[in-house]
Ligand binder design. Sequence first.
Ligand SMILES: Cc1cc2nc3c(=O)[nH]c(=O)nc-3n(C[C@H](O)[C@H](O)[C@H](O)COP(=O)(O)OP(=O)(O)OC[C@H]3O[C@@H](n4cnc5c(N)ncnc54)[C@H](O)[C@@H]3O)c2cc1C
Length: 410
Amino acid sequence: MKRIIIIGGGVAGITAAIKAKNANNEVTVLEKNKTCLKKLLITGNGHCNYFNDDYNYKHYYSNNLELVSKIITSESKKLLTDFYQSIGLVPRIKNGYYYPYSNQAYAVLNALIKEADIKGVKIINEVDVTNIKIADKFIVETNKENYIADKVIVATGSKAYPKTGSTGDGYRFAKILNHTVNNVYPALVQVVTDDKYLHELDGVRNDTKVTLLVDSKSIKEEVGELQFTNYGLSGICIYNLTLAINKYLEEGKEVKIKLNLLHGLNINNESDLDNYLSKQNKLLNKRTLVELLEEILNYKIVNALFKKYKINNDIIYDEISSDSKLELLNALVNYEVKVVGTKDFNNAQVCSGGLLLTELNTDTFESKLVKGLYFVGELIDITGECGGYNISFAVLSGLKAGINVGGIND
Ligand SMILES: Cc1cc2nc3c(=O)[nH]c(=O)nc-3n(C[C@H](O)[C@H](O)[C@H](O)COP(=O)(O)OP(=O)(O)OC[C@H]3O[C@@H](n4cnc5c(N)ncnc54)[C@H](O)[C@@H]3O)c2cc1C
């Protein structure tokens, strides 16, 4: 009878436990919280977006994207969808985004915990693992007793949203066991900017195309609802630009985000906007430029830009000076805002960076350095965009490690 210890009862740990358990072994999950899956419950605003039909490695960031392309494959997609079905999850699919049909994250939690229970997984809550030692077997030290194990799966998550229990312990365990952890940064997080005109737009939302510029080079583009805040920018489109922002800033690169505030109207550049405004101006006489713009933009945005470029609020489009016109058109479709940082780990949905993928067998997530030791979930250097990509990677790595540890794929 093999003894398998899984450290961390998040989505990766519970999935690994379900797959690892069989008649020939004893599988125990050690979780420091009072209950497992605390983070899962707050995902997708309590709805839990656990998968995405557009399952492609291009939605991930890692320092080794080539390895990621070998992990996120059509076989992995099938492994995931089969697993979700096998534990009774009924999806509600919106534009390819999978949620539980009941729309409640609890449904995912219940499905996982019930399956673990049926399989005979032992879950011990309120046990804080403090160290892992290697002798003949593994010795897992905790704030209570020590556990001896033949195999250990570390599933402690990252250090994003630490109030859910993910406090970065796995990075420490990995280092103790001779693994390399590259820099870990907050990701899928709000961006801090130094633009006082935009800070005044706190609370305003606008359908926007946002482009990440690093040293003036366009790196990534997203379209979605941009949220202005009194410190910078937020919204899913912004989150998706943050997978590597902190790394670029640390490397001393200039990071900017370019905004096209009129993308939704199919206005893609200054000339499109000039045509639009000239046409509207002719069509609707006796309207000021402010009045024309307020039909398509929140008045606060219009006010802020008129203030910034010192344009008279009563002006009509024909009368605006060519310099002011250039500035205004450019600001509405190509506004560049300098990024000075992001919010911290307390606000971040995930961490980018982590345990080096090259030190793991990426078919099984077993360590290449220590036999019988596995790492799964968010603590590994692979981070997804918003859209179910992080939970699905946690589940995938849990499945692969669990299957390998258990030695049976049932
Ligand atoms: C607000 C928010 C919204 C999100 N929404 C989505 C979403 O909709 N879709 C999506 O795909 N992803 C989402 N994510 C990301 C996703 O939740 C995580 O990527 C995923 O939960 C990672 O799973 P994990 O099992 O690796 O780690 P975790 O879920 O963090 O689980 C790790 C567990 O290990 C325990 N632990 C840690 N250290 C120890 C220790 N020393 N001893 C014992 N136990 C320990 C922790 O208490 C925790 O329960 C969201 C994250 C946040 C914060």
